[in-house]
Design a protein around this ligand. Structure first.
Ligand code: HEM
Length: 411
C-alpha cells in the first residue's frame, strides 16, 4: 500500500516516511541515502529534511538553538482545526514539556520528571511488570497461537505507566486506542484530532479529581498528584504544565516500549539461533536488549529550523522540519561494525535509540527494565516459538516503528 500522497519518485527528493516500502524495508533506503545524499529532502507534509548519518543526527540533536523542539511531530498536526477548538488550542498552546520545549522551560520540567525514572525508582516497578507479564502469559499459555504484539507487548507498558500516573487498569485499552490514534494513524486527521482531544479531556478530569482528593488530605503517590503538590511551592507549574507532562508520559511510555518489545520478539521468532543463544546463555540478555534497541530503534522525532541556515550544504529555511532519524543513525557503518547484522553479543554499542543531547529519553531506565523483564519472562515460559504466518505481520511506521500484529506459533 502506498501512502495517500502517492508513490515516492525519488527517495533523495521526495521521501515519505509513511510509504509502505519505508515502513517495511527502510534499511536499504537509509544505506543508499547515506552513501549518496546523505540528507534527503521532501515537500510532502511541508518542507522536511531527513538526515541518515550518525554524525548529522547527533549534531542536530545537540544544536538546540538552530533546531528547536517546539514541533516534534513527524506528521504535522492539523493546526488550523486545533486552533479553533478549545481543547486543541490547549494541546497546541502548551505542548507536552519537556519533549516539546527548549530551555529554559525544558530544563526545569525535565528535572521534575527524572526522579520518577531513576534506577532505584524503576526497581520498585519491576515486581509489577513481572506480574503483568506472567498474567498475560497465563491467558495464552495453553494456546497454539498468540499475537505477540496485541496479546503481550502492547499490554505491558501501558499498565506500568498507568500505575505510575495512578489511572485505573480498565482504561488500558482506551489509552492504547487514543495513543495509536494520535501517533500511528496520523494520516487520518479526524481520528488523530479526536484521539488527542479525548485523552486531554480525560486527563483534565483526572487532574481535577486529584486536586479535590489532595485538598481533602487524602494521601496519593502518583505522578499527577506529585505535580499538583509541587505546584504549591512553584507557581511555574500551572494546570497546563501538569496536563502536558502527564500527557507526555502516557504518549512516550506506551507506543515506544511496546514497539521495542514487539520487535525483539519478532527477531527471536525469525532467528531461531538467537532464541537458542538467549535460552542457553541468559546473561546475554543485557547486550541483546541494547542490540534490539539499536537495530530496531522505534522512535523518530522532529525538530523545527529556527532561522535560514546552511547545514552541510543543505539550504534549510526557517520553519522547515528535520526528522531526527535515530533509527538510521543506528545503522551507520561509520559507527557500528557490520550495522545490518543483529549481533546479540555486540559489545561496543553507543546507539541513539533513546536520542542524544538534552532531550535524551527520560524513561530509558524504565524502558530497559520493561524490555528485559518482558523478554526474559516470555522466553522462560514459552521457550519455543516461531512466526506463524509472515504475511500476517503488520508493521507501523512514521513516528514510532514496530509490529502491531505479530502472529506467533508455539512449537
Ligand atoms: C524503548 C522505549 C523508548 C524509546 C526507544 C524512547 C525514545 C525516546 C527518544 C528518541 C527521545 C528523544 C526525543 C527527542 O530527541 O526529541 C525520548 C524522550 C523522552 N522519553 Fe522516551 N523512549 C522510550 C520509552 C520511554 C518511556 C517508558 C518513558 C516514560 C514513561 C519515556 C519518557 C520520555 C521522556 C519524558 C522524554 C523527553 C525527554 C526530554 O525532552 O528531555 N520514554 N524517548
Amino acid at each position: 500500500m502506498t501512502s495517500f500522497l502517492g508513490p515516492v519518485s525519488d527517495w533523495k527528493t521526495d521521501f515519505d516516511v509513511l510509504d509502505e516500502k519505508y515502513i517495511q524495508f527502510p534499511f536499504s533506503i537509509w544505506d543508499e541515502l547515506r552513501n549518496t545524499c546523505p540528507i534527503a529532502h521532501s515537500n510532502r507534509r511541508g518542507s522536511n529534511w531527513l538526515p541518515t548519518s550518525y554524525e548529522d543526527v547527533t549534531q542536530i540533536a545537540h544544536d538546540v538553538l538552530n533546531f528547536s523542539s517546539t514541533q516534534v511531530l513527524v506528521i504535522p498536526f492539523m493546526e488550523s482545526r486545533a486552533n479553533t477548538d478549545d481543547v486543541g488550542a490547549q494541546v497546541l498552546g502548551y505542548g507536552a514539556p519537556p519533549i516539546t520545549s527548549d530551555p529554559p522551560l525544558h530544563t526545569w520540567t525535565r528535572r521534575l520528571i527524572l526522579p520518577w525514572f531513576s534506577h532505584a525508582k524503576v526497581a520498585q516497578y519491576e515486581p509489577l511488570t513481572l506480574d503483568i507479564c506472567n498474567s498475560l502469559i497465563d491467558n495464552f499459555k495453553t494456546d497454539k497461537f498468540v499475537d505477540g504484539a496485541v496479546q503481550y507487548a502492547q499490554q505491558i507498558p501501558v499498565r506500568v505507566i498507568g500505575h505510575i500516573l495512578g489511572v485505573p487498569e480498565y482504561m488500558t485499552d482506551t489509552f492504547t486506542t487514543w495513543v495509536r490514534g494520535f501517533l500511528e494513524f496520523a494520516d487520518n486527521s479526524e481520528q488523530r484530532f479526536n484521539s488527542i482531544k479525548e485523552l486531554v479531556l480525560y486527563l483534565i478530569s483526572v487532574i481535577e479529581e486529584r486536586k479535590q482528593l489532595l485538598s481533602d488530605n487524602v494521601k496519593l503517590n502518583d505522578f499527577i498528584s506529585y505535580l499538583i503538590e509541587e505546584s504549591k511551592n512553584n507557581t511555574q507549574i500551572n494546570d497546563a504544565i501538569i496536563l502536558g507532562m502527564s500527557l507526555l508520559l502516557l504518549i512516550a511510555g506506551i507506543d515506544t516500549t511496546w514497539s521495542a518489545i514487539g520487535s525483539s520478539l519478532m527477531h527471536l521468532a525469525q532467528n531461531p539461533h538467537d532464541l537458542e543463544l538467549l535460552k542457553s546463555n541468559p546473561e546475554v540478555l543485557d547486550t541483546a536488549v541494547e542490540e534490539f534497541l539499536r537495530a530496531y530503534s522505534p522512535v523518530t522525532m522532529a525538530r523545527v529550523v529556527t532561522k535560514d541556515l546552511d547545514f552541510k550544504g543543505c539550504q534549510m529555511s526557517k520553519g522547515d522540519k528535520v526528522l531526527m532519524n535515530f533509527p538510521a543513525a543506528n545503522r551507520d557503518p561509520a559507527v557500528f561494525e557490520n550495522p545490518n547484522k543483529v549481533d546479540l553479543n555486540r559489545k561496543i554499542n553507543r546507539h541513539v535509540a533513546f536520542g542524544s543531547g538534552i532531550h535524551r529519553c527520560g524513561g530509558s531506565n524504565l524502558a530497559r527494565m520493561e524490555l528485559k523483564t518482558s523478554i526474559k519472562t516470555f522466553v522462560n515460559r514459552m521457550p519455543n516459538f516461531k512466526i506463524a504466518d509472515p504475511t500476517k505481520i503488520v508493521l507501523a511506521g512514521g513516528q514510532v516503528r514496530g509490529p502491531r500484529e505479530l502472529p506467533l506459533e508455539f512449537i
